[in-house]
Design a protein around this ligand. Structure first.
Ligand code: OSB
Ligand code: MG
Length: 373
């Protein structure tokens, strides 16, 4: 029985090894929102809310999520008894619009707690199958094309199965062309524009088609489905939607209109696992491959992403890079690692989340803490 009696909310500051620049902003020190959740039977688990410091990816930020969890999510969950995480999900969604990242932090913890109580791995609870997850790297915008090409080559040498390059107008074609020339015709490359373009730049965007990219992620507005349907037919490269897929209905609209051919599933963006699995299943039925995106999570959020990516239709490499790609030291042990073939191992041998939290380290890094009960 899931029945949380107490939550401890914490903000920790974890410096990224190198700044992460996307078309709409730069992250240097990641403000990470961790939750420790105590169940009535005495067991506990952890979760992470993936909201960023600024509202440049979504309107949610760590501060709005803190408020939403405290004022609206926690009262729907604390001391309430749920037979399943799906029930908990329903309680969070009823007459409560938006704030998906806030909701997801509790909803996903509900799945981890259920798995732990059943003494099975989270991946099994979600319906996962894969033992290992093929991993890609997401590289921020770099100062010069040559620097980017070197980083891509290094990542491919380390085993990464996909290199995603952030782009924006003025830092796009020359960067893509240089990387393609330097790393060879068949290297698995893709780009992510984080909504930096508009449909009237179609002639410019069409030039991307010459570089044999696996996909172009979210070229147009963050909440658009329709205009992407005017773009996709002009490309042989598949469009992948990220920001625009806010729920299952948006995935259905994408398929109905032909706005894209791939979906990046981030459980935080979708309010948790129930909606993520629904989109996964819908995409599987409609021959739309999916992959698991990332939000620069610590090892805690990574455990959730890795478990989800073990579902069968996650057929493309995910942004589930190992701890050392982001941090000098993670807050979990063991840290997440990747083998030389670019695979991250799903912890099938452990119940629940399958990781230990380094509580002393978390305590040292904590800048804000609040207990709700
Ligand atoms: O668009 O996928 C994105 C990080 C922050 C905000 C948006 C995005 C990203 C990433 C990071 O690409 C992927 C990762 O966690 O490695
Ligand atoms: Mg993206």
């Amino acid at each position: 029985m899931i029945c949380f009696k107490k939550f401890t909310l914490r903000e920790i500051h974890l410096p990224l090894k190198e700044p992460f620049k996307i078309s709409s902003g730069t992250e240097t020190i990641r403000r990470i929102f961790l939750l420790q959740l105590f169940n009535a039977d005495g067991s506990e688990t952890w979760s992470e809310c993936c909201a960023g410091a600024l509202p440049n990816y979504s309107y949610e930020t760590i501060d709005t999520a803190w408020l939403a969890i405290k004022n609206w999510c926690a009262p729907r969950v604390l001391h309430k008894t749920f037979d399943s995480p799906q029930e908990l999900n329903q309680a969070l969604r009823r007459d409560f619009r938006g704030h998906n990242m806030a909701k997801a932090a509790l909803e996903m913890a509900g799945w981890a707690m259920a798995a732990q109580l059943e003494n099975i791995p989270l991946a099994e609870k979600l319906g996962g199958e894969r033992k290992k997850i093929a991993t890609g790297i997401s590289l921020g915008i770099q100062d010069t094309p040559i620097i980017l090409a070197e980083k891509v080559q290094q990542a491919l040498d380390e085993g990464y199965q996909k290199a995603k390059m952030k782009i924006k107008p003025g830092q796009d074609l020359e960067f893509i062309a240089t990387v393609r020339r330097e790393v060879g015709d068949n290297a698995p490359l893709m780009v992510d524009a984080n909504n930096a373009y508009t449909l009237d730049q179609i002639d410019h965007l069409k030039k991307f088609d010459d570089f044999n990219l696996m996909m172009i992620e979210q070229p147009l507005a963050y909440d658009d489905i329709y205009l992407h349907s005017k773009l996709q037919p002009h490309f042989k490269t598949p469009i992948c939607l990220d920001e625009s897929i806010a729920n299952l209905e948006k995935a259905k609209e994408m398929v109905a209109l032909g706005s894209g051919r791939i979906i990046n599933i981030k459980p935080g963006r979708l309010g948790g696992f129930a909606e993520s699995i629904a989109i996964h299943d819908f995409c599987q039925e409609n021959n739309i491959p999916v992959w698991c995106g990332g939000m620069l999570e610590s090892g805690v959020g990574r455990a959730y992403n890795v478990a989800l990516a073990s579902l069968p239709n996650f057929t493309l490499p995910g942004d589930v890079s190992p701890s050392s790609r982001y941090w000098t030291q993670d807050v979990v042990s063991p840290e997440w690692t990747m083998d030389k073939n670019g695979m991250v191992t799903v912890p099938w041998d452990k119940p629940g989340l399958g990781i230990e939290i380094d509580i002393d380290r978390v305590e040292k890094l904590t800048v804000r803490k609040e207990t709700l009960k």
